[in-house]
Design a protein around this ligand. Structure first.
Ligand code: GUN
Length: 292
């Protein structure tokens, strides 16, 4: 067509799998050195019910523990378990000096209060980083707490790619306690220094807000919700969503976004492996903290 040149810009892929393996190798070395001091890091994973996706996630966590030399114990509970029964298990893990990290896999059985579970885990064993003390430390900007794994993994991806975050406009799509809310706080922290907007189901004109983002984090769990018209040219796009669709897995970001984005995290092979790597790092840190 005269007057038009079609340029196929293709985003750089942020390889979460490779970065996750590198982090796990570093964790593995530190685990060996901790074992030399007589401490064997040990993660307990509680899973209630038989949600197939949760079982896949838990298996992946167990495999990662094996790779890092971290002991893992899995506690299977029936899907009919109530809050009291889960709290009893957590309480016995809290008081076991050989257990350094505790994770209760979400979703909990119907009707079970997940916030009550998160609050019942000792903050120093809370490798998910969901306890109010750990989230409070994040708000206060205090180092030393255990931080939620998925947003920590996203921060590592940003760091490793070398993109400028200071003064960048970041938009977080989704306000979940697991990803969206802690993600927004981490991006705004001194040192990262992004200016953050959180958009959610009640936000008006979401697409034009997203379109101003230098860093766009999609964490809503709606397959291919983010189209290329939502994305600023050259933006760093992080796809946290992972949904089962006919024919496989889909992220929140439509594949055509790679024509405009500067960077993009793939699904699978992006944020997922980074979340697991951060869980390994948190378990190691929890063991180190309990040593000193
Ligand atoms: N289910 C999906 N993601 C997570 C996570 O990061 N932690 C826990 N405990 N459950 C989950």
């Amino acid at each position: 067509m005269p007057g038009y040149v079609r340029v196929n810009v293709s985003a750089r892929i942020v390889d979460g799998k490779a970065l996750g393996i590198k982090i796990q190798e570093e964790v593995s070395e530190r685990v060996s050195s901790l074992k030399g001091q007589g401490v064997a890091p040990h993660l307990a994973v509680v899973i209630a019910g038989d949600d197939p996706a949760s079982h896949v996630y838990v298996r992946n966590k167990e495999r990662a523990c094996e790779r890092c030399g971290i002991i893992s114990t899995r506690i299977d509970m029936p899907g009919s378990s109530n809050l009291e029964e889960i709290l009893e298990v957590v309480s016995s893990l809290n008081s076991d000096p050989n257990i350094h990290g505790i994770l209760v896999q979400s979703p909990a059985p119907d009707g079970v209060d997940e916030l009550a579970i998160a609050s019942s885990i000792l903050p120093q064993k809370d490798v998910d980083g969901f306890h109010p003390v750990n989230l409070g430390k994040l708000v206060q900007g205090r180092a030393g707490g255990l931080m939620p794994c998925t947003p920590s993994g996203v921060m590592r991806m940003l760091e490793s790619s070398g993109v400028k975050t200071r003064g960048a406009r970041a938009v977080v799509l989704g306000r979940s306690r697991i990803v969206g809310m802690p993600m927004a706080l981490m991006l705004a922290q001194p040192g990262c220094d992004a200016s953050v907007t959180i958009v959610h189901s009640k936000t008006e004109d979401i697409s034009s807000i997203c379109n101003q983002a230098d860093i766009l984090i999609a964490a809503v769990g709606r397959p291919h919700m983010v189209g290329k018209e939502w994305v600023k040219k050259g933006a760093f796009v992080v796809d946290v969503g992972i949904s089962r669709v006919e024919g496989g897995l889909a992220g929140d970001v439509s594949p055509e976004v790679s024509e405009v984005a500067g960077w993009i995290t793939p699904v699978p092979g992006g944020v997922g492996p980074m979340t697991i790597a951060m869980l390994m790092e948190n378990t190691l840190r929890a063991a180190e903290m309990q040593l000193f």
